[in-house]
Design a protein around this ligand. Sequence first.
Ligand code: FAD
Length: 288
Amino acid sequence: MSSIRDKYNTGRTVFSCEVFPPKKDQPIEPAMEKIKDFRDIAPDFLSVTYGAGGGNAGHAVEIASFIKRDVGVEVLSHITSVGFSRSKLDEGLKVFRENGIENVLALRGDRPKAMTDEEYNSRDFFHASDMAEFIKDRYPGFTIAGACYPDKHFEARDYFEDIENLRKKVDNGCSFLISQLFFNNEKFYLMQELMRKKGIEAPVSAGIMPITNARMLGTTVTLSGTSVPKSLSDVIAHYGDNDDDMKKAGIEYAVNQIRDLLSHGVDGIHLYVMNKPEVAETIFGAVR
Ligand code: FAD
């Protein structure tokens, strides 16, 4: 079984991309058609998202198995704890293991809209760190990753509290980290500095999302709690009305961010390209 953690020991930058499975009631084939094109790009791994309420859990496992078996790329399966009891989570992890998936990104997830206060306040795992500890104890063969936040997680009072909590995640078994998307590299460097001061040595992949159309700012970016610097809002103001120009400018912004990160010796680059292998190909082609 191949541990993604080992890829960070080779001395070269780890390149990865994030894809998402279709919802349960949607056909899986169109997503597979797109995702198979990642084969030629040969990322170090692909990560597969997971609905916080478990709504697309079935397809998540299928997509992850497809990536490993048919695309021939190592896979990191996201798993969220907020909507799951201990026993349900255990069932889910067993299914991963039966399918040969032993690299997981342990996430709390955000509270599903339908969840009552009582359900939320009595959940089995309060934080990703609690779930990481559970996975480490019950599934010792698994490699566990965790999330970190260059713009600070929106619930944390300040950066120091967030980094203290990140330390618990790493102490409880997360052996590498993937950052939330960010547009200002200085925030990533500051987070790394604070991590070093707290003695957190786990490698970190920097999460980069190319803004390929102006509408993305209203959805994904707003939901992530990431701040948008003037340099990027200027790009959007200038090119946002023309989809082709915006795509080129958004990719260029991401490429510049990555070049700067590489020059600072970043451990990995994780592209939030969401089932768009052609965007990943352009970006990796420019920076690798
Ligand atoms: P936690 O680590 O639990 O952190 C949440 C908050 O609690 C933070 O403010 C933190 O400082 C605090 N905290 C953490 N541990 C403790 C502790 N022990 N004691 C007290 N406070 C603590 N969401 C999905 O639904 N599906 C996905 O597939 C998905 N993929 C993601 C991938 C990446 C790389 C990232 C960065 C995020 C992803 N998310 C996903 C979003 C994520 O679920 C949300 O950001 C969520 O709000 C927090 O998840 P977490 O695992 O970081 O939570």
